[in-house]
Write a protein that binds this ligand. Sequence first.
Ligand SMILES: [Fe+2]
Length: 279
Amino acid sequence: MTLTRREALKLSAAAAAALVAEALLRSKTGFLASAWAGPARASTMPTASRYSNTDNTLQGKESSMHQVATTSGLLSEAYVDGKYVLPKLPYDLSWLEPQYDARTLELHHDKHHAAYVAGLNAALGKLDAARKANDFATIQAVSRDLAFHGSGHVLHCLLWDSMCKGGSKPTANLEKAMKESFGSADACFAQFAAATKAVEASGWGILGFEPVSKKLMIFTCEKHQNLTIWGVAPLLVCDVWEHAYYLQYQNRRPDWVDAFMKIANWEFAGQRLAEVSGM
Ligand SMILES: [Fe+2]
C-alpha cells in the first residue's frame, strides 16, 4: 500500500487518533516521514524520571511507595506474563490529599481501574475463542469491548503517573515543547484546563505528542472506546469511510475489504513494527 500525501490525509478518524496517541514514538517510515513539510527538529520527547529515589517531590516516602524501575511509569507494569494487570499505585492513598482524597482514589483505582483490566482480558479471551472457532458473529461488540477496556486501562495507568504531591513543573524539554506548540507553558496549562472542563459528560483531557508534526497537542476524549486503545501504534490500516470505496464498490463494503486484503502491504507493516517496537 503506497500512500500519497493526499491519501494519507484521508486516513480514518480512528487511525488518525491512534497516530496522535503515539506519544512516545517517532516515525521515520513511509509517508509519515514526509507528511508534514516542516523543518526537521530534534526530538522534544520528555523522559520520565519521577519515581527515582532522587525525585525531590517524593523524598521521605520511598519506603512506602511502589518504586518504578523504568522510564515509562506504570505502563511498564500494566502487562505481565501474557495478561493485563492492575499496577499498584505509585504512592499511598492519602498522598495526594487534600486535592484528591484517599477514599476516592481507592475506589477509582481498586474498583474502576480494576474493572477495565478484567474487561480487557475478557475481551481478549473472547477474541481468542472466536478465532479458534472461526466464528466472528460477535466481533463488533467484542472489538468495542477491547477498545473500551483497553483505553480505560492505558489511560488510568497514565492518570496515576499524571499526579504527584503538590504538582511539579515541566521538565526543560517539555517546557521547550510547550513553548513551540502553544506559545508558553502557561498557555498550555490554560488550554488543557479549559478543554478538560468542556468535556461533555464523561471523558478525558489529554496532552499528547503528535509524531508527524512533532508538536504537542491537547485533546478531549469523550468516548475513549471510539479512539482505539490510546497509545497503540498503527501498523496497517484499511479505510472504510464510504469516500474510500463508494465510487467503485457502492454500498458493498465487504467487497472493498476483500479487495483491500489482496493489496495489503504487510511489508510496510513489518517496517512499521520494527520501527515502533524494535521487534
Ligand atoms: Fe477513571
